[in-house]
Design a protein around this ligand. Structure first.
Ligand SMILES: C[S@@+](CC[C@H](N)C(=O)[O-])C[C@H]1O[C@@H](n2cnc3c(N)ncnc32)[C@H](O)[C@@H]1O
Length: 220
């Protein structure tokens, strides 16, 4: 079993290494369009809170969200990704960002990060691909300091890949008391219309900590 999981991680690394050069061409990946960038900024910054939150960005890819949170929110970000090619681009992208995020090449299902050391664990489009979602999520929750929040952005795409909002919220609810779901069907996030299931799951430490989730980022 261990050998099989190692092979799956190796295959995944090779696949994502191949994707890295063109990854940022997708509007929601590179956030090159100012309107798309603003949509993500307005969505995430109020949830991360602040100031200077310690954020783990797991499966950070080319580091676009890490860069956004550090640059626009002043947050202290540690990105982790299995793909050296992705991490190389993340480091280059954040060369002049202050505070400069730190990036590590590692398996996000058991990241080499300290338990209870993060105010926010952020993970966009990664949980669905974990071979053992339950154990990965347990580890991610373990990274949270008291009062910390989990932010998952996931989807069940028209390709058939991904996980449904119901699957994702059920999994988070098995570990956390407060779980808020919001569908992300506004084209502003994706640079165009979508016809599949895209969403954010926000889990703060306690219900009292939910900032205006009815209109997260002012969009509905
Ligand atoms: C769809 S991309 C999302 C990237 C980034 N989170 C974003 O939203 O722009 C998925 C990322 O997860 C990474 N990944 C996949 N499996 C991983 C694993 N086991 N550990 C760490 N990273 C992984 C891939 O290398 C890729 O960068």
């Amino acid at each position: 079993m261990h050998g099989m999981l190692t092979r799956m991680v190796d295959d995944s690394m090779a696949m994502w290494d191949r994707e890295a050069a063109t990854f940022d061409d997708a509007p929601d990946h590179g956030l090159r369009d100012p309107a798309v960038r603003r949509a993500w900024s307005e969505l995430l910054l109020p949830l991360v809170g602040g100031p200077r939150r310690r954020v783990a960005d797991l499966g950070c890819g080319t580091g676009t969200l890490s860069a956004l949170l550090a640059d626009e929110g002043g947050h202290v970000v540690h990105g982790v990704d299995i793909s050296p090619e992705m991490i190389e681009r993340a480091r280059a992208k954040t060369e002049h960002v202050v505070p400069r995020p730190v990036f590590t090449v590692a398996d996000a299902s058991d990241p080499p990060l300290r338990s209870r050391a993060f105010d926010v664990v952020l993970c966009r489009h990664v949980l669905w691909a974990m071979p053992d979602r339950d154990s990965a999520l347990r580890r991610w929750v373990d990274l949270l300091a008291p009062g910390g929040a989990l932010i998952l952005i996931e989807g069940r795409w028209s390709t058939g890949a991904g996980m449904t909002a119901a699957e994702c919220t059920d999994l988070v609810r098995s570990l956390r008391d407060t779980v808020e779901l919001r569908m992300l069907d506004d084209p502003a996030y994706w640079g165009g219309t979508t016809d599949d299931e895209r969403y954010i799951v926000y889990s703060p430490a306690a219900p009292g900590n939910v900032p205006d989730v009815a209109g997260v980022g002012g969009r509905r």
